[in-house]
Design a protein around this ligand. Structure first.
Ligand SMILES: [Cu+2]
Length: 176
């Protein structure tokens, strides 16, 4: 929905002219923040994706994960966000979002023997990582939430019989 405005642009010679304009859908909600989303990935039979925690960076830039080491928040200023839905990534329109994914080896016969890890795909924002090796953390490219969705994210490596169910949702509004 757009914002309709009416502005007086000229008042001369006894005539008043109005200029009407439409502001496109607002893609932000006040002050935008940078959200860091931490999640694990395991075969769907054992739970699939799980958002373990979230922080809002209040200064500094997003860290990069390296191998088995989770991204470090040491030296950064941030506030914790309570995660209530562990499948749905929620942001406000205009926010920057960085997603970290750790691939967990289920060590189960249900996991396909040929799989080398899980993947992460969020088509709406052009994110595609087809191989996060077992035990490793990967950092997804930071993006700006410009649309509400909900948009699907999914695993991008065939990992078990229920691979196609290994999905979650990204959603942006103005109340996160
Ligand atoms: Cu998978």
């Amino acid at each position: 929905m757009g914002l309709l405005g009416l502005v007086v642009v000229a008042a001369a010679g006894g005539s008043v002219y109005y200029y009407q304009f439409v502001v496109p859908h607002n893609a932000s909600c006040g002050v935008s923040v940078h959200r860091l989303i931490f999640m694990t990935a395991i075969i769907q039979e054992m739970g699939g994706f799980n958002i373990t925690n979230e922080v809002i960076l209040t200064s500094g830039s997003a860290p990069t994960a390296s191998g088995a080491n989770p991204p470090s928040l040491v030296g950064l200023q941030y506030q914790n966000v309570t995660v209530t839905d562990h499948k749905t990534i929620i942001a406000n329109l205009g926010d920057s979002v960085t997603i970290y994914v750790k691939s967990i080896n289920a060590n189960s016969t249900v996991q396909l023997s040929g799989a080398t890890g899980h993947g992460f795909e969020l088509d709406q924002y052009g994110i595609l990582d087809t191989n996060i090796p077992w035990g490793n953390w990967h950092t997804m490219p930071t993006f700006t939430a410009t649309a509400g969705g909900p948009f699907r994210y999914n695993c991008a490596q065939v990992c078990s019989a229920k691979h196609s169910d290994m999905v979650g949702t990204f959603s942006a509004g103005c109340s996160a």
